[in-house]
Design a protein around this ligand. Sequence first.
Ligand code: OXD
Ligand code: MN
Length: 590
Amino acid sequence: MEFTKNQAVLSWIQEKIDLCQPDSVVWIDGSQAQVDEIRALAVSEGTMIKLNQEKLPDCYLHRTDPDDVARVEDRTFICCEKEEDAGPTNHWMAPDQMYAKLNTLFQGSMKGRVMYVIPYSMGVIGSPFAKYGIELTDSTYVVLNMVIMTRVGTAVLDALGDSDDFIKGLHSYATLSKEDKYIVHMPQNNEIFSINSNYGGNVLQGKKCFALRIASNLGRQEGWMAEHMLILGLKNPKGEVRYVTAAFPSACGKTNLAMLIPPEGYKKDGWEAWTVGDDIAWLRVGEDGRLWAVNPEHGFFGVAPGTNKKSNPNALECTKRGTIYTNVAYNPADGTVWWDGLTKGDEIPETLIDWNGQEWHRGDAKKPAHPNSRFTAPAENCPCLSDQYENPNGVPISAIIFGGRRAKTAPLVYQSRDWDHGVFIGSSMASETTAAATGAVGVVRRDPFAMLPFCGYHMGDYWQHWLDMGKKIANQPKIFHVNWFRLDDEGNFAWPGFGDNLRVLDWILKRCFQEIDAVETPLGYEPRPEDINIEGLDMTVEDVAKLLSVDKGLWLEEVDAIRAYYDKIGRVPAELQDSLNTLEAKLQEA
Ligand code: OXD
Ligand code: MN
């Protein structure tokens, strides 16, 4: 069967066949029959374990190499022409030098293996937002994950036609050599290479490599934005449906917010919440002057530990069918899976096979699932998936929300004075490390726009792109900052979080539609404490006032820290320096 006549596609693939020397080549057509065949092959070769098909239909478990369990930021490169254009937040190597290295590493890397050709689309095929890619890989794990995470198959080739406008991706797990692991982006040629890894974030190229690092470059050239943001739809009791996007560093509850369940009182009043996306948003200015967003992905690649009936029942429901689990524990008693936090006490299985394949017993100190174990689940499994998820034009955005985990500094919520000031807030975003993550509590890590590992060019130029985009949006979304993680004087979380975050989103949306007043503070606009709805919570207006308080001393330290960070980044637009100086002056006056 002929899959395409596209000469640009065919000659590029031939070049890579000559380089990698696979035994055979299989084109992924997107059919269920072919997916079933590859699943069976992955089971027979030991890549996948078939789970209990009654309890978890079409679900499989995969264990990675113990040294290949996460994204490798120190092995990730942006190889643009000039080093200075990659900026201080990216690793860089001269393109010629990197091509030479990659040619050596990929040489014969697929001998004795099959090369799979995966044509895929980020976004609804044929839509104005869609961008196409082809990933060549020797991994059945990559094929089966890409089938979930993106739209794949011959329909993509048909939409591409004879155009050479596609992202060229090559992946080989090769020998999984730690020293020779490379995740490489060549933005000038729209190329991605991953070698010696078989872990999702490094090798499912549609996600971080294409939809963020390469797409951020495309967005800059073409006048749109590729962002590390969830997209959430909210219906209020009047029946008005409004959409927000939000960017958070990791470990700040992004998936939970994307799949939020309204608190009882809100539900009773008629509020509803829908997920459009949990990780990536592509944003364009619409003809109506508003900013429109799509989720270019087709599935969720979520962190398993901590996901349970209480924390995120919607995410848990997503994982019940057609899901690939990576590095979770296996329950040999019933052929299902388990991860830390899934169940408690007596409901924790007595015996498991841990993510390394070793027997584990309840009470053992070692965790049975890897802390970064994942589920790859089809978006259509999501009980709260928005009916606009497949809308080729996306959804109009009313608010952009930034956030971080700050014990004392950031108040529960504040609004920027205008777009440029909002860009300042995004550029200075930060989160404090948790004890669980690193052992060092309270270390501040700057993560501008939650794009630190994902911005495919100089961070200062990226901030400028945000400022430039603002000028093109006649009807700008309002920009906010939230902090769900303020601690009280006893060191406990002062805000309940989870579904109750809707109480803050309620205020945010009212601000977007001029339905409520605010108080001006040195940070921007904050709610009057009585304007955060605490009905049904064990909290007082005084508690809310504390959550909204701004500690002048801490904020003056924050100003110094941001200034030092700006000095490190360089190419900081004047508008952001001005915002920083204004913040300092307003704090000093306060
Ligand atoms: C992710 C990440 O996996 O941001 O989404 O690391
Ligand atoms: Mn992410």
